[in-house]
Design a protein around this ligand. Structure first.
Ligand code: NAI
Length: 376
């Protein structure tokens, strides 16, 4: 939460508390929150004890979950498999839990789509990190000492982060090629000035996402990509498939075949990495090529990452309560789509599986006048 958005929420009828120091790493002081009308709590116990709704970036840990009141509503990024213990505590408390990862990718939900806002920050950051790590210019330079060619950048995975990485590398003057397994990515990459690399492997999944490649397809892709990778000064990777480990697109021998001084920026590091040599949060140098495993990339642009996240949260909160009353709109497909626990009951398959409890999906109430059943 950032002070400006907190003020907007307070004006809309919410009471807001943050823990002292919560905004320090993003340049928001306790005094700025207090000035916006936010109450600044000294510790987690004081913060959480009276909370009706808890909004955070990462899911609570079991201790934090234990400090929350019964019936609390929690809103955060959430990987059910990695938060099993905290989810069990919350389920026992009858909590209702929403995950930003599951906000449907529909037009009306774009203002609440924190996956997209944070991916935008990550893609921009990746472009800058690449330029910083490369001991070459990104733009073409025509100088008295002669002409220097532009850097060659390859972006693999042209989702929200990849598109922003392309835009950033282009703004800095690099020549950019882009690769994805979704056909729609070609036009989007080209609209930003990249040349699309078409390997003839298409992997459209459901909901506009990519599907996981078969082992044979992945091997064919790795082989075909090798020549494109080794011809690049910089490779920025962002490929991911929801709910799965990131695909390994660059094998070790391909990194070793890159020209010394080359740079790989792996934005999928937190999810296993797109490069076989990636170590999350570390820079690994192999035969002169640097592989940067970027950990939690939005945290490296904390002020604007926080601003966008706070706006996303405020927009989603508008569907969860209004005029001072907490009352999720259970007929709204966005509310239903991102809910994993409702009053302690798993309403999301993978969460039910993690908790070993029955899955009871939410069905929207039929609107007045709707007739049930039959299509004649
Ligand atoms: P993501 O973070 O899940 O994946 C990043 C990219 O990696 C995707 O473009 C995916 O196709 C690609 N990828 C996966 N496996 C690959 C492989 N083996 N090789 C190469 N590339 C691979 O994607 P993100 O950014 O979350 O976007 C997913 C989809 O959602 C896109 O179609 C995007 O345009 C769409 N979207 C729609 C929005 C809306 O409101 N309508 C908002 C945001 C995204």
């Amino acid at each position: 939460m950032v002070p400006d958005i907190a003020k907007r929420l307070i004006d809309a009828g919410w009471g807001i508390s943050v823990q002292s120091g919560a905004g320090a790493a993003a340049a928001f002081t306790d005094a700025a929150y207090a000035e916006a009308g936010v109450s600044v709590a000294p510790d987690p116990a004081a913060l959480l004890s009276g909370a009706e709704v808890v909004v955070s970036v990462n899911p609570p840990d079991p201790t934090q979950a234990g400090l929350m009141p019964s019936g609390v509503i929690v809103l955060s990024f959430l990987q059910p498999a990695q938060s099993a213990e905290a989810l069990a505590v919350l389920a026992a408390k009858g909590a209702t839990v929403f995950s930003f990862d599951l906000v449907p990718r529909i037009s009306r939900a774009q203002s609440m789509d924190a996956l997209s806002s944070q991916a935008t920050v990550s893609g921009y950051r990746a472009g800058l990190l690449a330029a910083e790590h490369l001991a070459k210019f990104f733009p073409m330079f025509m100088t008295a000492a002669g002409t220097v060619p532009p850097a060659k950048v390859l972006v693999m995975g042209v989702g929200v982060a990849g598109l922003q990485a392309i835009a950033t590398a282009r703004r800095l003057g690099a020549v950019v090629r882009a690769y994805d397994v979704r056909a729609a990515a070609k036009e989007e990459a080209e609209s930003l000035g990249a040349t699309f690399v078409d390997l003839g492997i298409s992997a459209e999944g459901i909901g506009g996402y990519a599907r996981e490649l078969s082992p044979e397809e992945l091997a064919r892709q790795q082989e075909a990509l090798a020549a494109v990778v080794t011809a690049s000064d910089v490779v920025i990777t962002t490929a991911s498939v929801p709910g799965r480990q990131a695909p390994v697109l660059i094998k070790e021998e391909v990194v070793r075949a890159m020209a010394p001084g080359s740079v790989v920026i792996d934005l999928a590091a937190d999810n296993g990495g797109n490069c076989a040599l990636t170590k999350v949060g570390e820079e690994v140098e192999v035969d002169g090529t640097t592989v940067v495993g970027v950990a939690n990339p939005p945290s490296q642009m904390s002020t604007h990452a926080s601003l966008l996240y706070a706006r996303n949260a405020a927009n989603l909160l508008a569907l969860i309560g209004r005029d001072g009353a907490v009352a999720p709109d259970w007929d709204d497909e966005i509310v239903i789509g991102c809910c994993v626990l409702r009053d302690g009951q798993p309403v999301h398959g993978p969460t039910a599986e993690v908790l070993g409890l029955p899955h009871t999906p939410i069905r929207p109430e039929p609107a007045a006048g709707d007739t049930e059943g039959g299509d004649g």
